[in-house]
Design a protein around this ligand. Sequence first.
Ligand code: PHE
Length: 488
Amino acid sequence: MAEEAILGYLEHNDEIKDSGEFAEEREIEHNEIVNVIKSLHGFRYVDAEDIKRESWVLTDEGKTYAEAGSPEVQLFLAIPEEGIPKDELQKKVGPSLFKIACAQAAKNKWLDMGKQRISRKVQHVDDKVKDLLLQIRQGQVIGSDDIKALKARKLIVPQTWKGYSVKKGPNYAPKRKQVVTDLTRDNFQSGEWKELEFKEYNYSAKGQPLEGGHLHPLLKVRSQLKQIFLCMGFEEMPTNNFVESSFWNFDALFQPQQHPARDSHDTFFLETPSTTNILPEDYVQRVKQVHESGGYGSRGYAYDWKREEANKNLLRTHTTAVSSRMLYQLAKKPFSPKKYFSIDRVFRNEAVDRTHLAEFHQIEGLVCDRGLTLCDLIGVLHDFFSRMGMTKLKFKPAYNPYTEPSMEIFSYHEGFKKWVEVGNSGMFRPEMLQPMGLPEDVQVIAWGLSLERPTMILYGIDNIRDLFGHKVDLGLMKKNPICRLGIE
Ligand code: PHE
């Protein structure tokens, strides 16, 4: 109806000056007229120009007075000819209306306000406020002093009215042509297709989002890290055993059996099978010996090494367990230099919070060659981390049972404007390498870091539980872009 009205009117007239008046005259909702104008404008049937008007509307309080009369008049009418005791009047009209009304009536000098009694001073009053409110409600224009007074009493508030003036557009027609979007079998059979007008293609419309699979941010960052290692000539180590014996996880790494990390507070031990029964016996003997009494230039830890402790199965607490197995394998063959890496899951019996999970991922790299020094380690770390976008590094002496020297790695974070710890590193001790059977002059430099840390920084995630675990935010998985390492 609105569309016919607009197009029909424009057939014989140049312009609809004001959509508001147009709507009112035809008793059509202005909203409906506006929607039709927008749609006709979209197809260029009409040209439309905005018009804005400041108008006033009644507040809830204003509305009640427009119906029941202003409080001052209500009060006036409640006073009988002979006057009335103040408290009685207050009871009659209610305390809140009484208060507002008294103030206004006093201003108007309508009443005699004795201490005890109130009586009329004049015979008759006009309810100007009510009249003004009714005029405003009808859209009439009233004087600016009256507006000011009503506004001050919070009976009216300003409102911007928006509408259009409308003229014929370049595609004007008295009736909208029905454009079709699909050509059907019926169109062909009826011969209608010859006359039909088709909707134009909108080449800039966005396509439907594809609902395919979504890679988890950890997987994206992991594949980039893999790429970095491969570019640097590293081979990937097999990390497919989450269950490991204490032997490979701790003992082979010269970690004494009383070491606190072995405590069940930090390590998940397995109930079934609780122990391993295959360990390389001759190597086990050499490990026992180096723990108890040393060798290879070491004094050892001087304690009773227990086989039962080494047999205990656990969920590996670091991927260095994988490195120890690999180095042992390497030592069995004639020596050749190797660069190995791994990225996989590890488990620690930790209290879960914003930055800690009981299972997370470690990235580990190691280089095994003759005559390596701490300088080689520092050089490789600079190379590796700069490929991740971390160019400013600092090293701090640290302690690991299996490395000497050991260094914590800090990187300057340009966003946080501070140094953040990004990893741990060191040179594997002879007490670890020699019992394996690696030649004496072979050194191994190694480092490790978590995968979660750089991923959280790259994706701006501050709660690790949004990233991994049963509380993971699936929306985040779907929306997240590919973040490229090396680009902050
Ligand atoms: N395994 C160490 C950790 O869990 C990391 C590390 C790897 C340290 C290799 C030194 C050498 O934190």
